[in-house]
Ligand binder design. Structure first.
Ligand code: FAD
Length: 319
C-alpha cells in the first residue's frame, strides 16, 4: 500500500499529540498507509508513539534534534523534504495550523509539488474538498504536480482509531544554515484553562459586541461550561476589550469547525462567518430578527441574550 506521510502536531504544553494529528492520520488512510513524522527536540517522540500507532501510523519517523526545535518552521520543512525525497510517499498530510500551513508551503517549494490548504476532505483518488469565498463555493481539486501536499482543517474529520505497528525509525537530521535564519528566543505557553482548545472543541460558544462588556462575558463562559465548550469571540468583542484576541473567531482570527457553534450577540458579518461557517450545527441568539447570522443558523433564538443565555445555562445545568 502506498505510504502517506502525516506530520504530527504536538501539544506545546506537553500533552501528547493534538487532536488535529489524529484527524490527519484518519484522513490520510483514504490515500494509503499513514506514517507519522515527529519533529522536535530530543525526547519528543517517546510520549506520543503509542497514540500515533493507535490511530494508524504503521511507521513513526522520529527526527529529533535541538536544531529542529531551536529555529522556526524552516528546519521542519527541510526534514520533511528530505523524507519525501527518500520515501517517495503518495502524499503528505499536515494539520492546518498557521505553522502547518507555512511548513506545507515551504515543503511544496522544496519538492516542486502542488499543495492544497484547509481541505475538509480527501478522497481516495486524491481529490480534496475546500470551502471558498466565505462558504459560498465548495471546490474540489487535485494536485497535478509532484507529491500532493494537503493541510487538513481541524474538526473536518472525526478521528478513528485503527491500530497499526507504529514501528519507530530514526531519521538523521542535518539542518542547513539557510534554515537557521529565525531562532526561537522564548516560548510562552498560553495558560491552560479547563475548557477545550478553541480550534479543537466540538462545541464553541462565542460572544459578540452584543455581550456589551468584559464582565458580562461571564454569561458566555457560564453557557460554555454547562456544555463543556470552548469560548470564542467576534472581532468587535475583542476590539472592545471584552475578551482576549487569542479567542477571536473569523478571517483574522481562528477557524473553527465544531459540531455545535453558538453565536451570542453576533451579527454574522462575512469576516466572522469565514471562521465558523463549516460548523455542523449553528445556533444564533440575537435580539434583532434581521441579523444576518440567522441566514446561516440552523436554530435561532430572537431575544435578549441577558435573559436567554442564563435561562439556557440553568436548564442545561439542571439536567
Ligand atoms: P456587531 O456587528 O455590532 O453585532 C452585534 C450583534 O449583537 C447585533 O446583531 C445585535 O443585534 C446583537 N445584540 C446586541 N445586543 C444584544 C442583546 N442584548 N441580546 C442579543 N443580541 C444583541 N470579525 C470577526 O468576528 N472576526 C474576524 O476575524 C474579523 N476579521 C475582519 C477582517 C477585516 C479585514 C475586516 C474589515 C473586518 C473583520 N471583522 C472580523 C469585523 C467584522 O466585519 C464585524 O465588524 C464583526 O464581526 C462584528 O462583530 P459583532 O457581530 O460582534 O458586532
Amino acid at each position: 500500500m502506498a505510504e502517506v506521510l502525516v506530520l504530527a502536531e504536538l501539544d506545546p504544553a506537553g500533552g501528547g499529540v493534538r487532536k488535529t494529528t489524529l484527524e490527519a492520520l484518519t484522513a490520510a488512510r483514504a490515500l494509503g498507509e499513514p506514517s507519522a513524522v515527529v519533529l522536535g527536540a530530543p525526547g519528543t517522540a517517546s510520549g506520543v508513539r503509542d497514540q500515533l500507532a493507535e490511530y494508524g501510523a504503521a511507521t513513526v519517523y522520529v527526527a529529533e534534534s535541538e536544531d529542529v526545535d531551536a529555529y522556526l518552521v524552516a528546519p521542519k520543512a527541510e526534514v520533511l523534504a528530505q523524507l519525501v525525497s527518500e520515501k517517495s510517499p503518495a502524499a503528505v498530510v499536515i494539520p492546518s495550523s498557521p505553522e502547518g500551513k507555512e511548513i506545507a508551503a515551504r515543503l511544496a517549494i522544496k519538492t516542486g509539488s502542488g499543495f492544497l490548504t484547509d481541505v475538509t476532505e480527501i478522497a481516495s483518488d486524491g481529490t480534496a474538498t475546500q470551502v471558498a469565498f466565505a462558504g459560498a463555493t465548495i471546490v474540489h481539486s487535485q494536485v497535478t504536480v509532484g507529491t500532493p501536499i494537503y493541510t487538513l482543517r481541524g474538526n473536518s474529520v472525526t478521528p478513528e482509531p485503527a491500530p497499526a505497528a507504529g514501528t519507530e525509525q530514526s531519521v538523521a537530521v542535518s539542518i542547513s544554515d539557510a534554515a537557521k535564519q529565525v531562532r526561537v528566543v522564548e516560548r510562552v505557553v498560553e495558560q491552560k484553562s479547563n475548557r477545550p482548545e478553541l480550534t479543537e472543541a466540538s462545541i464553541v460558544v462565542s460572544g459578540g459586541r452584543g455581550v456589551a462588556s468584559a464582565e458580562n462575558f461571564s454569561i458566555i463562559e457560564g453557557l460554555a461550561d454547562s456544555l463543556g465548550a470552548a469560548v470564542g469571540a467576534s472581532r468587535a468583542a475583542v476590539d472592545s476589550g471584552f475578551y482576549p484576541h487569542s479567542f477571536q473567531v473569523g478571517q483574522t482570527g481562528k477557524t473553527v469547525s465544531p459540531n455545535l457553534y453558538v453565536a451570542v450577540g453576533i451579527s454574522g458579518a462575512i469576516q466572522h462567518r469565514a471562521g465558523m461557517q463549516t460548523s455542523k450545527t449553528i445556533v444564533a441568539i440575537n435580539k434583532d430578527p434581521e441579523a444576518p447570522i440567522f441566514e446561516l443558523a440552523d436554530f435561532g433564538v430572537i431575544g435578549d441574550l441577558n435573559t436567554v443565555v442564563p435561562a439556557a445555562t440553568e436548564q442545561i445545568n439542571a439536567r
